[in-house]
Write a protein that binds this ligand. Sequence first.
Ligand code: ATP
Length: 221
Amino acid sequence: MMKKQFMVIGLGRFGSSLTRTLIENGHEVLAVDKNEQLVQEMASIATHALQADCTDESVLRELGASNFSHAIVAIGDDLQASILTTLLLKDMKVPKVTAKARNEMHGNVLTKIGADNVIYPERDMGIRLGNQLSSDNLIDYIELSPEYNLAEILAPPAMNGLSLKDLNIRAKYGCTIMAIKTGQSINVSPNAEDAIHTGDILLIIGSYDDIRDLESDYGRP
Ligand code: ATP
């Protein structure tokens, strides 16, 4: 994996856990917050941790913001600071700016001023948990786009012994089984003859509705 350099602005619960994870994955992180105490807490974790107010353009220049290929603005409550920081980073031609939004309106503004990626952690975790709790078979899923998900589903007994051809999932439900996990082994490009067994884990791409229809037809595991 290529080592990347990130700048994380705002070291609340989100920014600090993001910083830890990037470091654990072998990347370099310049972690910045205007709150000195939070900076101290990150000092032994981040590559560099600095106390600064990022709504000041000259401060961002001093920090060398334009040298980073990716900056993450993890400021939540202070809308003005979040928006101004994002705007300055894009003005300074930082190639990729990801900004955290509290709500849709905040997110729309961030997109308009040039944020490359807007995230809504609380909203998305709520959706994710809601979907997981609503389904008996769903283990996890990743939203690929607003329409398509990659879901991990526990194969229900009603599928036991059936091949992908027998199930005919793509034609019936519009979903595609990308991989079948059996214990520790994984079949990443299953062909039509491959059979599914109770307890297998299926990796499926499809819309949330299509995956739910498939699950409800085959019942509980
Ligand atoms: P979380 O949910 O991640 O805990 P939050 O959404 O409640 O955070 P805030 O606490 O408002 O977000 O902001 C996160 C951090 O951003 C705070 O520690 C705050 O000090 C920092 N911050 C706010 N404005 C600036 C700024 N202008 N420059 C640098 N850091 C800032």
